[in-house]
Design a protein around this ligand. Structure first.
Ligand SMILES: Cc1cc2nc3c(=O)[nH]c(=O)nc-3n(C[C@H](O)[C@H](O)[C@H](O)COP(=O)(O)O)c2cc1C
Length: 210
């Protein structure tokens, strides 16, 4: 049994198209445990000013300043929580060609030197290597990496780049798009997304880490 974290980056609750599709995926993950993190409801501490200096201290190999130890303890707990899972499901709508700001905030908090990546001989090394991410990405327009509007994709391209940076290279993608248009074309997009889920489930390998 694998433990998965479902990082939900849509604030739309039951109206969320990406979550409708993720629900189908999660329902098919018999025997695996899925915990949900709604980034729009999560308590995400500010990552600015003094707290940010802690990151530069870590990069320099120095201890984090006493004044921001409490903030950094909270960041450490968030990273421990993220890193405790065998894999991640992410539901991510495209917002202004990229990702919703609350997901970016979460990513900025957990992407820390020595915690989710480290630098060895000048090279970055992701510490979440060997695990899987399943991305359920939505968008009003059919912007996808292999399509005619690929130049506008800073959503999936960004997510793949960030996951790669923290070491995650086994990435499955479900497209829920276009979600804007006449009823028939939106319904067809949903059916295509559900079909992608149904095709993925039988071949999905989700080993638990030992
Ligand atoms: C603030 C905001 C910005 C958006 N920007 C884009 C965009 O750049 N490209 C796009 O295709 N859709 C964009 N959309 C539409 C959403 O991606 C689309 O409605 C998607 O289906 C939402 O997914 P959800 O229902 O899971 O929240 C935007 C929506 C919002 C609320």
């Amino acid at each position: 049994m694998a433990r998965l974290l479902h990082i939900d980056a849509s604030p739309r609750g039951i109206r969320s198209r990406s979550n409708m599709v993720a629900d189908r995926l999660i329902a098919g993950l018999d025997g695996h445990e899925v915990e949900r993190l709604e980034v729009f409801d999560a308590d995400l501490p500010a990552f600015d000013g003094a707290a940010l200096e802690g990151r530069y201290a870590l990069i320099a190999g120095d201890p984090v300043d006493e004044a921001v130890r409490t903030d950094w303890a909270a960041i450490g707990r968030m990273v421990d929580h993220f890193m405790s899972f065998d894999g991640w499901i992410m539901t991510v709508p495209m917002w202004n060609f990229g990702i919703p700001y609350r997901l970016k905030h979460y990513i900025d908090l957990i992407t820390q030197p020595g915690l989710t990546f480290r630098v060895v001989d000048g090279q970055g090394e992701g510490l979440a290597a060997g695990r899987r991410a399943i991305l359920v990405t939505s968008g009003a327009l059919d912007i996808r990496p292999d399509g005619p509007m690929a130049a506008y994709d800073f959503q999936l391209a960004y997510l793949k780049a960030w996951l790669g940076f923290v070491g995650v290279t086994d990435i499955d993608v479900i497209h829920v798009r276009p979600t804007y248009g006449d009823e028939a074309s939106v319904a067809a997009a949903m059916e295509r997304a559900y079909a992608e889920v149904d095709a993925l489930l039988p071949i999905l390998s989700l080993p638990a880490r030992v």
